[in-house]
Design a protein around this ligand. Structure first.
Ligand code: GLN
Length: 289
């Protein structure tokens, strides 16, 4: 029999030796027990139930080999919603929650009197963005595409468990939406944007789908594809919202100015102060800028 405190201390030390953040241990225990952190600490000298201990040991063994905790659990949390994740989809990142919040604020600002706001999420992956935006703003009619049929299986499950109505289509980038003749108020994408030769952590490269990560030699391949054809999809007044790499401000600005000279745009920082979001406006003015 092992006390909670002993087991947690043991794994925190092992995490440090294995290049895994030590916070992962408590985060994993909170999820496994479905107990609040303070509650665990209050009973830290109690013995762990045998079944919990066995599961915790098994999971921690995988986590110590750099497997993401979300894969061990089979889910992660995004905007307060539970999202099933696996090797077919990118694990939703906290930065992407900020993208959703910023999109929702702009929908309120630009389209306050619309009954319906037509949106699409291109390269939806787990469906996290599409689902969060659709659930948070009932006016939204959400279409979502992904080239990966496997990803769409997970995205559909996520829409179902969260009660979101999303119209999913398999296909390459904007193509399925153009073929359907959609006209959008909002086009959203968190495309793969890591430059092909970038060195990344083992927990990402070994476990997450490369089709969702790498965006050509400069990381901008998919933005270019979207900028070239987005006009076919957008209504006259519309905006686009993207996640982007923190070091792409200059190249991204040049790309927008070159391919979408008539649009206005802004690059917004995330909570870590890094350039992370791009908004492109067509015939829309922001009040505070
Ligand atoms: N932000 C992710 C990462 O750093 C990449 C997401 C993406 O390419 N869209 O792993």
């Amino acid at each position: 029999m092992t006390r909670f405190s002993e087991s947690v201390r043991k794994y925190e030390a092992l995490c440090e030796q294995n290049d895994v953040p030590a916070e992962t241990v408590m985060a994993y225990l909170v999820e496994l027990t479905q107990r609040e952190r303070y509650n665990l600490y209050m009973n830290f000298e109690e013995e762990m139930p045998a079944e919990l201990e066995a599961e915790f040991d098994k999971g921690m063994e995988r986590i110590l080999k750099q497997e993401p905790m979300a894969h061990v659990l089979g889910y992660s949390w995004f905007y307060g919603y539970k999202m099933i994740v696996n090797g077919d989809v990118l694990i939703p990142r906290p930065e992407t929650e900020e993208l959703c919040a910023q999109i929702l604020a702009r929908i309120d600002e630009f389209f306050p009197d619309y009954e319906k706001v037509e949106c699409a999420d291109v390269g939806t992956g787990s469906g996290a963005i599409a689902i969060a935006v659709a659930l948070e703003e009932p006016k939204v009619v959400m279409h979502a595409t992904d080239i990966s049929e496997e990803a769409l299986v997970t995205a559909r499950q996520n829409a179902e468990i969260n009660g979101a109505e999303i119209d999913f289509t398999a296909g390459d980038m904007l193509e399925p939406l153009i073929a359907q003749g959609r006209k959008l108020d909002v086009l959203i994408s968190n495309p793969p944007y890591i430059p092909a030769d970038e060195q990344m952590e083992k927990s990402v490269v070994d476990f997450e789908p490369h089709v969702a990560l790498f965006g050509g030699s400069d990381g901008l391949y998919f933005y270019r594809k979207i900028f070239e054809r987005c006009r076919e999809l957008l209504k006259e007044k519309a905006f686009m919202a993207f996640e982007m790499g923190w070091d792409q401000r200059e190249r991204m600005s040049r790309l927008v100015e070159e391919l979408l000279p008539e649009a206005k745009y802004e690059i917004v920082r995330d909570m870590n102060g890094k350039d992370r979001m791009l908004f492109v406006y067509f015939n829309l003015e922001r009040k505070d800028s």
